[in-house]
Write a protein that binds this ligand. Structure first.
Ligand code: EPZ
Length: 422
């Protein structure tokens, strides 16, 4: 398992290209199951999660070709050979559950392994199940698999989510495009990745209104056509790199960044004393003082502060001037980066879903362990500002969601390298 070695202290200056959104691409790829015609995705990120989704779709009979050095995905589902998403693949990536809705809509049946939990929480799929049943499918949980079928096809329905779920909204949205009649999804997730999926489905001939708001209305159609769609930029990679110069000093411009994608997060950075500039090519950030100010962060569904940027924000606030509070309200166990940051000298107290961070002048490099995708990048960010060497182990977590992180940071002056472990 590879590690990343960071020698802290270098100021960061330069430009970082931001890739297409992992979490948009992982929903867009299963949309190919909704049509026999080819779906081409451009600006796709080159990440291990994308390769895992490609493997899953190929196991169902989808042809997946990559072009342009992996940035373009050509998907063709003219003849599906199966409707079973095996545990071996699903356990590696929860987003595999996103084949459930499209398979039911296209084939009228699906057998999808329960994803199982992950480091940050139990990650149940009851809301996915509720949505499919509302659309007329029958689902049975047997030997770790969801067995779903809709012998009479899917019919439009009202789907009222008790809590906001990105994945369940995506499954419901995709399934409803081919259901007979009208579907209204209430308390729908409003993330930019949902908007991107709806725009792609509309290019394929779906009739959708309201994406980006809490109520999405879909008129089912007989069939969908192929399309070519550019994956929206990754707002979480964007936010992660916006924080970097605030930790090290210097100024970094994130190419392709748009403030609208990270509005709440950018407001919070400015509250902490970080300048966020909209430039001709993206967003540039730099610290306005020697230390950032302490702030209070509460993670919420979009457009609130993203849970996927909580760990990175904690790395920044570990050396803020004052006491910060971070409330994680989306996942039940998303503070595993806290004890690792504490190894570097951070002063953090966790009680349930609330972390209290007392800023210290500077962290000290140490060997630390990545536990999940966003925790791993927060440790790299902390290492950039720490005194001495930080070695982040198990960076396969990092490779799931960040393209060539060491190259992007080294190009801005970071002293960072990947240690290949045999
Ligand atoms: C998506 O996960 C993202 N993953 C996550 O990003 C992100 O953290 C999350 O949305 C929240 O924004 C992808 O898009 C592939 P949810 P998802 O359903 O869809 C509970 C990353 O780092 N819930 O919005 O699984 C759930 O336990 C990853 O890129 C149910 O109770 O998240 C959680 O507490 C991590 N029942 C809350 O809802 C369900 O059936 C929000 O989960 C589904 C979810």
């Amino acid at each position: 398992m590879d590690s990343i070695l960071v020698r802290g202290g270098a100021e960061l200056n330069g430009r970082i290209p931001i890739a297409g959104a992992k979490n948009a691409c992982l929903a867009l790829m299963p949309a190919t199951l909704l049509t026999e015609e080819p779906l081409t995705l451009t600006n796709a990120p080159r990440l291990s999660d994308i390769s895992t989704m490609a493997l899953l779709l190929e196991s169902l009979g989808v042809d997946v070709a990559t072009r342009d050095d992996g940035r373009e995905l050509a998907l063709a589902s003219h003849g599906l050979s199966g409707h079973r998403a095996d545990y071996e693949i699903v356990r590696r990536m929860r987003a595999s559950i996103l084949v459930l809705g499209p398979l039911l809509a296209r084939e009228g049946r699906a057998v999808v392994s329960l994803p199982g939990g992950c480091a940050i929480g139990a990650r149940p799929v009851d809301l996915h199940q509720m949505a499919m049943e509302a659309l007329g499918a029958e689902l049975e949980l047997r030997d770790g698999y969801l067995h779903a079928h809709a012998p009479q096809g899917l019919r439009g329905a009202g789907i009222d989510f008790p809590i906001v779920s990105v994945g369940a909204t995506e499954n419901a949205l995709m399934a409803a495009t081919l259901a007979r009649g009208t579907t209204v999804i209430r308390n729908a997730a409003r993330e930019p990745e949902i908007v991107d999926l709806a725009q792609c489905l509309r290019r394929m001939g779906a009739q959708i209104e309201g994406e980006g708001t809490s109520t999405i209305t879909i008129e089912g159609v007989e069939r969908l056509t192929g399309a070519t769609h550019p994956v929206v930029i990754d707002r979480i990679e964007l936010g992660s790199y916006m924080i970097a110069p605030a930790i090290t000093g210097g100024r970094v411009e994130c190419l392709g960044g748009a403030r609208a994608l990270v509005a709440n997060f950018a407001d919070k950075l400015e509250e902490a004393g970080i300048r966020v500039e909209e430039t001709a090519d993206g967003l540039a950030t730099h610290r306005t003082g020697e230390r950032v100010r302490a702030v209070h962060v509460i993670t919420e569904p979009y457009p609130g502060f993203p849970t996927d940027l909580q760990a990175q924000m904690m790395a920044l606030l570990a050396t803020a001037d004052g006491v910060s509070i971070l409330e994680e309200r989306i996942f039940e166990n998303r503070f595993m980066h806290a004890p690792e940051l504490a190894r570097m000298g951070a002063d953090i107290e966790v009680h349930g879903g609330t972390a209290t961070v007392r800023g210290v002048p500077r962290l000290r490099g140490a060997p630390v362990m990545a536990t999940d995708l966003r925790a791993s990048v927060s440790l790299v960010l902390a290492g950039l500002g720490a005194e001495g060497e930080t070695r982040v182990a198990r960076v396969y977590h990092l490779d799931r969601g960040y393209e060539t992180v060491e190259q992007k940071l080294r190009a801005c002056g970071a002293d960072i390298e990947r240690i290949r472990e045999t």
